[in-house]
Design a protein around this ligand. Structure first.
Ligand code: B12
Ligand code: SF4
Ligand code: SF4
Length: 384
C-alpha cells in the first residue's frame, strides 16, 4: 500500500464528509501533556470534574490508551456563529447560551461523521489487503484532544487553551480517529498568539492564572455546565446572563476574522436568546422537551434553572423579582438558594430605584412606579 497516497485520499475523504481540517500525528506526539495534566489536577483546577483525575495514565498518554494504535487522525468540525455571540450579553432579560450549544449536539453529529470516515479507512485498507482497526473519539473519552490537534497540525493551543487555526479561527470542535494503520504524520503547528492577550483580558471571572493555563473552577463554562450545587457568591455576580457555557475568550480572538462558515447545518442557532422568565418556570418534562437533541439537555432542569436564577439576580430588572420569588421554596436546594440570592439582589435594586418598593415582599401599590409587577398576582410557580 502506498502510505502517502492513502493518507492523502483519507484527508480528501474527511473533507468530503464535511470536516474542515484533518491532520495526523503519532500517539507518542504529546510528551508534555501528561505532566501538564497532572499539574492541573494536583492544583485542583478540575474542580468537581473527578473524571479528569481518573484514568490520567490514559488521558495523558494516547499510546497507553491503545497500545496497538500507530496513528492518531485529528479532525476539525466548524460551528462558526452567524451573528456576534457577545451581543446577547447586553440583553439582561435574556439568557446567553453558548454558540456551541445553539444547535444540535455535536457529540452526535461529529461522531456519525467520524464513524463514516473510519469505515472508509477500514474498507479502503482492506482493498489493499491490509487489515486496520479504528476507535473514534469526540470529547467523551480520556483523550487530550487539543494537544493532539496541535501535534497533528490542525492549529495551536492559544492562550485561552483552546485550539486556534490560521485558516479556521477558533470556532471548531475536535474529533479523533485512532488507527492501527501507520499513516504519514503531519508537522505540528506553531504558536501564533504573539503579544496578543485579548482572551486573557476579556475573561469575566479571571479564570486564567497564566497564559495557556485555565483554572476551570472559575470558568463560566465549568460553572454553568459541570458544577453541582451552589456557585460561590463571588462568582455568581460575574456570570452575567450566561446560563450555558461562555464564549468571551473565543469571540475576541483576532484569528476569527479567518473563520469559515459551518458546513453542518445542524449547528445553526435554534436556541437563540430565550427570555429568562420563560426558562425559570420549566419543569423537568418541559426542560427535556425544549432541549431534546441539544447538548443543553445534559445539565438537567435543576442546574439550568439555578443558572437562570443567577442571571435573573444579575439582571437588575425588578420585573423578574416575582419569577425568582416563585422559586425560593423549590425542592432542589441549589435552585432555592439561587432564588433567594436573586430575590435579595433584585430587592436591593428595587430599594434603590425611584419607586419606594422595599425588599422582596414590596407592596402592590408601589409596582406601577418602578415597573415591577405584583409578586402575588404574577408568581408563576413550577409547572408540574
Ligand atoms: C475538561 C474540558 C473543559 C473544561 C476545562 C477546560 C480546559 N481548558 O481544560 C471546561 C468545562 C471549563 C471546558 C470549557 C470549554 N470547552 Co471544553 N473540554 C474539556 C475536555 C473534555 C478536556 C480538556 C482537558 O484535557 N483539559 C485538561 C487541561 C490540563 O488540558 P489543556 O486544556 O489541553 O491544557 C493545556 C494547557 O494548559 C497547556 N499548558 C499548561 N501549562 C502550560 C505552559 C505553557 C508555557 C504552555 C505553552 C502550555 C501550557 O498544556 C496543557 C496540555 O495541553 C475537552 C475534550 C477532550 N477530551 O480533550 C473539551 C474541549 C477542550 N472543550 C471544547 C470547547 C469548545 C469548550 C468551550 C469553548 C465551550 C464553551 N463555549 O463554553 C469552553 C472553553 C473554555 C476554555 N477557555 O478552555 C473543545 C475545544 C475545541 C478547540 N477548538 O480547541 C474540546 C476539545 C471538545 C471538543 N471535542 O471539541 N472544557
Ligand atoms: S469561557 Fe468565559 S469564563 Fe471561561 S475562560 Fe473563557 S472567557 Fe473566561
Ligand atoms: S485572543 Fe490572542 S492570545 Fe488569545 S488565543 Fe487568540 S491570538 Fe492567542
Amino acid at each position: 500500500m502506498d502510505r502517502l497516497a492513502f493518507g492523502n485520499r483519507l484527508k480528501e475523504q474527511a473533507l468530503a464528509e464535511g470536516f474542515s481540517a484533518v491532520g495526523s500525528c503519532a500517539p507518542s506526539a504529546i510528551p508534555e501533556a501528561a505532566g501538564r495534566l497532572a499539574a492541573f489536577v494536583a492544583a485542583g483546577r478540575h474542580g468537581q470534574m473527578g473524571w479528569m483525575a481518573e484514568r490520567m495514565g490514559w488521558r495523558g498518554d494516547p499510546a497507553a490508551l491503545w497500545p496497538e494504535a500507530r496513528t492518531v487522525i485529528m479532525l476539525a468540525e466548524v460551528y462558526t456563529p452567524e451573528a456576534d455571540p457577545l451581543a446577547v450579553l447586553g440583553r439582561r432579560d435574556r439568557a446567553a447560551v453558548s454558540v456551541y450549544a445553539q444547535g444540535k449536539d455535536y457529540h452526535d453529529l461529529a461522531k456519525k461523521r467520524l464513524k463514516r470516515v473510519g469505515r472508509w479507512l477500514i474498507d479502503e485498507a482492506r482493498k489493499g489487503s491490509v487489515s486496520a482497526e479504528i476507535k473514534v473519539f469526540v470529547d467523551t473519552a480520556p483523550v487530550m484532544e487539543k494537544p493532539l490537534g496541535q501535534a497533528a497540525g490542525i492549529g495551536w493551543q492559544g492562550k485561552h487553551t483552546n485550539l486556534v487555526s490560521r485558516d479556521l479561527g477558533s470556532w471548531f470542535f475536535l474529533g479523533a480517529i485512532f488507527t492501527t494503520l501507520d499513516l504519514p504524520k503531519d508537522a505540528g503547528e506553531a504558536d501564533h498568539c504573539g503579544s496578543c492577550r485579548a482572551c486573557l483580558d476579556i475573561c469575566p471571572t479571571g479564570a486564567f492564572p497564566a497564559p495557556y493555563q485555565l483554572d476551570a473552577r472559575r470558568c463560566i463554562s465549568y460553572l454553568t455546565i459541570e458544577h453541582r450545587g451552589p456557585v460561590a457568591e463571588e462568582l455568581r455576580a460575574l456570570m452575567g446572563n450566561r446560563v450555558y457555557g461562555c464564549d468571551d475568550c473565543l469571540a475576541v480572538c483576532p484569528w476569527n476574522k479567518f473563520a469559515v462558515e459551518a458546513r453542518e447545518l445542524g449547528y445553526a442557532a435554534r436556541v437563540g436568546a430565550p427570555a429568562l422568565a420563560d426558562l425559570a418556570v420549566l419543569d423537568d418534562a418541559a426542560f427535556r422537551a425544549r432541549f431534546s437533541g441539544s447538548p443543553i439537555k445534559r445539565i438537567g432542569r435543576d442546574r439550568m434553572v439555578r443558572n437562570v436564577l443567577y442571571a435573573i439576580g444579575n439582571s437588575g430588572d425588578p420585573a423578574l423579582l416575582p419569577v425568582a420569588a416563585g422559586l425560593v421554596a423549590d425542592p432542589d436546594p441549589a435552585v432555592a438558594d439561587a432564588a433567594r440570592w436573586a430575590v435579595g439582589r433584585l430587592a436591593e435594586k428595587c430599594a434603590n430605584s425611584p419607586c419606594d418598593a422595599k425588599g422582596a415582599g414590596h407592596e402592590a401599590d408601589s409596582a406601577a412606579s418602578c415597573g415591577c409587577s405584583k409578586p402575588e398576582q404574577t408568581r408563576p410557580g413550577r409547572q408540574e
